[in-house]
Ligand binder design. Structure first.
Ligand SMILES: Cc1cc2nc3c(=O)[nH]c(=O)nc-3n(C[C@H](O)[C@H](O)[C@H](O)COP(=O)(O)OP(=O)(O)OC[C@H]3O[C@@H](n4cnc5c(N)ncnc54)[C@H](O)[C@@H]3O)c2cc1C
Length: 426
């Protein structure tokens, strides 16, 4: 195969060419962009929004993700940004408080989940990547469709803020455009849909200095509510049965406020701040997975390959680790112009097990536990056996801590920096 220089001004080459074009600058796309550019591969990332300031994203950075930043020499800087550290995961039931996972029992430096607004995290990753000459990020650039030649994906079309449509050719096109990936659809890749019996209402209420410090869950018959401490306010996830949002709205906002105050009494003095349903977003939970994550010239990663349930808050971790696995396997063939479909298959092969096992766990919790709980059938006066067991034998709390905090087959950064690899042109 012809050897082409890996470094050309991204997307601005003679025919709008680049070694790798990534659609979507979420955790998966941003991380892949950083790692490839660091290894000297010209990369163009397209993000359809003007900034990262959206409120419907998860905020968790897990120990295995934090370790990746240590490996990149960026750990201190990342944790220099405002964040909260949660050393254990607690749930409050009518019968008392139970610890579900104790991250202090994990090996390594980071024995906690860090809560950092995702816009700060993405700003940080994109900011680091922008320092690299091989990286280019275009905001307000919406990927439209893959470009195909003889059954191979050779790039994509994208629309800029003025509505003008452009083409970019790439050795590799990556769909990291999230759960509703249009690029995946345009490439004809189909997902296996598992369905999810829950949706989430997502809203915020002010946090007062006298409030408890930790993020935590509240479990009661018919209800699960999760509070995430974001410093000045609580980000609240109110889990409901699938498609129950309409009925809830019909019952009226006062009833909803009363339900929140009933579940978390210290919020009773501020639930009035929810003045309309405009303050409450409905997030539709999906769980699905592509059978094949790739086609010649195209790879899907993160939620575009496998939409995760919010249970365990592991979607960002999986997306980031997909990106690391992809960079580890693809940086060199991309840089040397030898990328083959087999290289893409290797990425799926590496990531399929953690994805399948995690989704299986999430579906089991959704179907066996949450669904009965939300339809009011679960007697919370006597909490679930698993909670009682974890509480009685604290050593067992290391198991969920490991599954949530580290996950299966965590990745390590194996891509060299361009300087070490001698890949980058002067
Ligand atoms: C209610 C809810 C709560 C969650 N809470 C957590 C949590 O606490 N912790 C956790 O780890 N995970 C959580 N998740 C899951 C997590 O948000 C995702 O798994 C994770 O964000 C996936 O990262 P990604 O980069 O693959 O996709 P995304 O984060 O969806 O990023 C995709 C990016 O692509 C952009 N984009 C989309 N279409 C285009 C296009 N056509 N062209 C260009 N750009 C495009 C989007 O604007 C976005 O920036 C939650 C999910 C839900 C539904």
């Amino acid at each position: 195969m012809q050897q082409e220089p890996a470094t050309r001004p991204a997307g601005d080459g003679p025919a709008g060419e680049v070694a790798c074009c990534i659609a979507g600058c979420g955790p998966a796309g941003a991380m892949l962009g950083l790692l490839l550019a660091r290894a000297g591969v010209e990369v163009l990332v397209l993000e359809k929004h003007a900034d990262f300031l959206r409120d419907f994203r998860g905020d968790t950075l897990h120990p295995s993700t934090l370790r990746l930043f240590d490996e990149l020499g960026l750990g201190e800087q990342l944790l220099g940004l405002p964040h909260q550290e949660m050393p254990f995961l607690e749930v409050t039931t009518d019968a008392g408080v139970f610890t579900m996972a104790d991250f202090r029992r994990l090996p390594g430096r980071h024995r906690y989940i860090a809560f950092m607004p995702q816009w700060d995290f993405l700003d940080f990753v994109a900011g680091q990547a922008r320092r690299l000459p091989a990286f280019r990020l275009r905001m307000e650039a919406e990927a439209l469709e893959v470009l195909e030649e003889a059954g191979r994906v050779v790039g994509l079309t994208w629309r800029d803020r003025s509505g003008a449509v452009h083409r970019v050719r790439a050795r590799l096109t990556v769909a990291a455009d999230g759960r509703d990936s249009g690029l995946r659809r345009s490439a004809g890749l189909r997902s296996r849909v598992f369905g999810a019996p829950i949706d989430v209402l997502w809203f915020r209420l002010p946090r007062r200095p006298s409030d408890p410090r930790q993020a935590f869950g509240r479990l009661a018959a018919g209800h699960l509510l999760v509070l995430i401490d974001r410093g000045a306010y609580w980000q609240i996830a109110y889990v409901i049965a699938k498609d129950a949002a309409e009925a809830l709205r019909a019952a009226g906002l006062p009833r909803f406020r009363a339900s929140v105050a009933g579940l978390v009494p210290f919020l009773a003095d501020r639930v009035e701040e929810l003045t309309s349903w405009e303050d409450v977003r409905v997030l539709r939970v999906q769980v699905n997975r592509l059978r094949r994550w790739y086609r010649p010239g195209l790879l899907c990663i993160g939620d575009a390959a496998h939409a995760m349930s919010p249970i365990g808050g592991v979607g960002i971790n999986l997306a980031v680790h997909d990106a690391v696995a992809a960079a580890n396997r693809l940086a060199r063939p991309l840089a040397t112009g030898t990328l083959s479909t087999r290289d893409l298959a290797r990425v799926q092969l590496r990531r399929i097990l953690p994805t399948m096992v995690t989704q299986w766990g999430q579906r089991t919790i959704q179907d066996r536990f949450l669904s009965p709980l939300l339809t009011g059938g679960h007697p919370t006066a006597r909490p679930p056996l698993v909670l009682r067991l974890l509480d009685r034998v604290p050593a067992l709390q290391a198991i969920p801590a490991r599954l949530v905090g580290i996950g299966l087959l965590p990745e390590h950064v194996r891509t060299p920096s361009a300087r070490q690899a001698g890949l980058r042109r002067a």
